[in-house]
Design a protein around this ligand. Structure first.
Ligand code: NAD
Length: 320
């Protein structure tokens, strides 16, 4: 098991390798949370682009509240990868989504980074198992999958590969929490992690509907922004449907609507609604509700929908 000299709370210096849309977003996030950041990107215009991205993000980050001592001046753009990671206490890689680039780059980062430092990849879809193949110390490599823009969207999905030590997964999860992110730590490597699998299911069905002339892009977008999208800022798909079951919650919802899983509502094949799946959903929703009964959840949901509608309305009117 790897010993980590610096605790997740003790980190003050982060390296970001690859500084495009996501890497630059990470840089802005870490700067706003008060870290010193060293960035490296091989593109000729990378430093200018990165500084423009940080400038553009800073007003929003200032409005959200900067950490004490946070400053854009704490960014150093290194001229080599080795220089960028030499003194880093955590490394976030955000290079193009090509397996060969990731394999080669992570091996180089691994070779150049102090051995007790955790290295994380922003990959959207590659498993760490396939990316860490050439790494000399693969046990400290994890996936830390963000959402765009990483300086505003809280979620990071953390998961290791076959050669990753679980201590690195725990360290990274704790570090991201300390750095102000909302972390989902996954026990298993699954292509697309969690959120992208859900997004992708909607996206594929949307493309099918356009291809078949069943809906236009405008109709698809309105179906989400004027419909279920309004509930999702507070309740995800599971608690949303827990409430669709009325006082009977998820149990009633599944017993009532279970048969429609067999209806051709989507091109995705539905799983068999076994007793085991039903029970896992019912118990999982109880856990997600954290002790709130249906009436409390409904009241919270309704307040959130009103707030979200007000904000969206203001933005549409240009009054925000
Ligand atoms: N864009 C998104 O919405 C999103 C969301 C989550 C995760 N990601 C992941 O983040 C990573 C970066 O994606 P992006 O959208 O920022 O792409 P991007 O094209 O905006 O940025 C990639 C950057 O990597 C640099 N680069 C090229 N070769 C490199 C190398 N060998 N070493 C280091 N840097 C190199 C490029 O110059 C560029 O600045 C990908 O793995 C992607 O899957 C993207």
């Amino acid at each position: 098991m790897t010993e980590y000299t610096v605790s997740p709370e003790g980190v003050s210096h982060v390296a970001c390798v690859g500084a495009g849309v996501i890497g630059g977003g990470w840089v802005a996030h870490f700067l706003a949370r008060g870290y010193r950041v060293t960035a490296w990107d091989p593109a000729d215009d990378a430093a200018d682009k990165l500084r423009r991205l940080v400038e553009a993000a800073w007003p929003a980050l200032t409005e959200l509240g900067l950490a004490e001592g946070a400053s854009r001046e704490h960014l150093t753009v290194a001229s080599t990868l080795e220089e960028a990671v030499a003194e880093a206490q955590f490394v976030q890689e955000s290079a193009p989504e090509t397996l060969e680039i990731k394999q080669d780059l992570l091996a180089r980062i691994d070779a150049a980074t102090p051995t007790d430092v955790v290295i994380s990849s922003s990959t959207s879809g590659h498993g760490m198992t396939e990316m860490q193949v050439d790494c000399p110390t693969p046990q400290r490599l994890v996936v830390g999958h963000p959402f765009n823009p990483p300086y505003l969207i809280p979620l990071v999905e953390v998961v290791g590969g076959e050669k990753t030590d679980q201590s690195a997964v725990r360290w990274a999860s704790e570090f991201f929490e300390v750095a102000g992110k909302s972390v989902i730590t996954m026990d298993h490597e699954v292509p697309g992690f969690i959120a992208n699998r859900l997004q992708e299911a909607i996206w594929r069905e949307a493309l099918h509907m356009v291809a078949n002339g069943e809906a236009t892009p405008a109709q698809l977008d309105a179906s989400i922004t004027e419909g279920p999208g309004l509930r999702w800022p507070l309740l995800g798909p599971c608690l949303t449907f827990h409430l669709a079951g009325g006082e009977g919650g998820m149990a009633h919802m599944l017993d009532h609507f279970g048969p429609s899983l067999k209806s051709p509502w989507t091109r995705l094949e539905a799983p068999e609604l076994t007793d085991e799946l039903r029970n896992r959903m019912v118990e999982g929703c109880e856990e997600a509700a954290e002790g709130r009964d249906i009436a409390e959840l409904v009241a919270d949901r309704d307040r959130a929908i009103i707030e979200v509608m007000r904000v969206v309305d203001n933005v549409r009117k240009g009054a925000s």
